[in-house]
Design a protein around this ligand. Structure first.
Ligand SMILES: C[S@@+](CC[C@H](N)C(=O)[O-])C[C@H]1O[C@@H](n2cnc3c(N)ncnc32)[C@H](O)[C@@H]1O
Length: 426
């Protein structure tokens, strides 16, 4: 299969059908056998989504009338073509001929000449891409720019810039398998350059590497997890023999880290999404740790749990994921302003409900991979106002001791954007 045709199909699924790239991309990648081709396909999809408004404008300006309905996939194909001409080192003649060939493979033989013509036109007039309005200048939707400006009057531009960088690859050392120093030596022996991160298990790879090249990956020596997400288990401070609820657990990165730290804790890992819950089981198995996985609603614990209240609860809440746009650029185009209010409502429902299931003296760690205050500091401020038995505990790591919780912004110490607040029940 032609890689450009597959890229156009994946982008069609995201932009026309609202499917997330983490679902749409593997769907097309499985049609390729060569690893290099799979990499190129990912690069084309991620690249287009990062700079979508600018490419969209350039392509639309070259078309006398827009493609409609099923032909929309040709618009996405032109975005792929335009991206190659502006942002890659692929020789221009190869970019154009391969993209035109993709049009044939997509079964629009009669339009090959149009695709070819538009791309040649773009090649001939490689004018600077337009930055005439904020959406074009920052390749970000207006509503998100406004939210970020309000929340970060000084830093919003650098946050947007960081959200467009290629993210690094972080590993989490499995402290039950070896020490971080030992694993760093193993990496060095394998010729893989890496350094230690701030939290105790974090390892930053100099370059992204296929996991199967990592020493003992299949045996559970390490996991791939951003350093920001690795703070969850450290801040939760799980202990052996405690009863711990991971309320929104899938795919289980944090569940496994909790068990690596406290292998004899009784961990209940719950998720609403049955398919994603299956991935928790796969991760538990690879790391050789065990938890009870339950398909259930964190806002209705009574329906699936008749046991004791919990010593600790991790609530890694469903959120806008605005902190991880550098890893998931499709979020910019799939999320809408109205989602934020709805998400904040859902988060507060789950938070209030989980609180009832926490023992007196217990700890609840609230986490999101969002950078919007509505889902984070404002959410916790409102919670503290309605729950008189809740006390917020600060973290040594947080930037200001006065702030409500710890807001990590994208790129800070090379991490994803994340938020943590630790609440103690009086
Ligand atoms: C941010 S992700 C969790 C990531 C996970 N903690 C990890 O570290 O791998 C949020 C999860 O919440 C789940 N979810 C959403 N609403 C839920 C609900 N009402 N009850 C339980 N899980 C829910 C989603 O299916 C999703 O898997």
């Amino acid at each position: 299969m032609n890689v450009r045709a597959l890229a156009a199909k994946a982008l069609y699924a995201v932009l026309e059908q609202g499917i997330s790239l983490s679902v749409a991309l593997p769907e097309q990648q499985k049609k390729l056998s060569n690893g290099k081709d799979k990499g190129l396909l990912a690069e084309l999809c991620y690249g287009v989504l990062r700079v979508l408004p600018q490419l969209d404008k350039r392509v639309s300006d070259c078309l006398s009338k827009p493609f409609k309905n099923k032909q929309r996939v040709l618009h996405q194909l032109l975005l792929v073509g335009c991206y190659q001409l502006y942002f890659t080192r692929i020789p221009e003649h190869a970019a154009i001929s391969e993209t035109a060939e993709a049009c044939r493979q997509l079964r629009f033989e009669g339009l090959v000449k149009v695709i070819n013509g538009v791309l040649r036109n773009i090649q001939r007039n490689q004018t600077e891409l337009s930055a005439d309005n904020p959406v074009l200048e920052f390749n970000t939707p207006n509503w998100l720019i406004k939210h970020l400006q309000a929340a970060y009057p000084d830093a919003w531009k650098s946050i947007i810039e960081q959200s467009h960088q290629r993210p690094p690859m972080w590993l989490r050392n499995n402290q039950q398998a070896q020490s971080r120093e030992q694993y760093l030596s193993q990496l060095s022996e394998a010729g893989i350059e890496a350094t230690a991160g701030k939290s105790k298990d974090a390892i930053l790879l100099e370059q992204a590497t296929d996991v199967m090249q990592l020493p003992n990956f299949a045996q559970g020596a390490v996991s791939v997890q951003d350093a920001a997400a690795q703070w969850a288990a450290w801040l939760l401070e799980p202990k052996d023999n405690e009863l711990i609820l991971d309320a929104c657990a899938a795919p289980g990165g944090k569940t496994c880290h909790i068990l690596e730290q406290a292998p004899n804790a009784q961990v209940i890992a719950v998720d609403f999404d049955e398919k994603r819950l299956a991935r928790v089981n796969e991760n538990l198995e690879r790391l050789n740790v065990s938890a009870q996985t339950i398909h259930g609603d964190a806002a209705n614990i009574d329906s699936w749990w008749q046991g004791d209240k919990f010593d600790r609860i991790l609530l890694d809440a469903p959120c806008s994921a605005t902190g991880v746009i550098r890893r998931h650029p499709d979020i910019k185009w799939l999320r809408q302003s109205k989602d934020i209010e709805e998400l904040a409502k859902l988060q507060s429902q789950i938070l209030d409900h989980c609180w009832q299931w926490l023992k007196p003296g217990g700890t609840l760690l609230y986490a999101t991979c969002s950078i919007l205050p509505e889902e984070n500091a404002e959410q916790i401020k409102a919670f503290l106002a309605r729950q008189s038995d809740a006390k917020l505990e600060g973290f040594a790591e947080q930037n200001s001791q006065d702030s409500i919780g710890w807001q990590i912004t994208p790129g800070e110490s090379n991490m994803d954007g994340f938020y943590y607040a630790r609440l103690k029940k009086q």
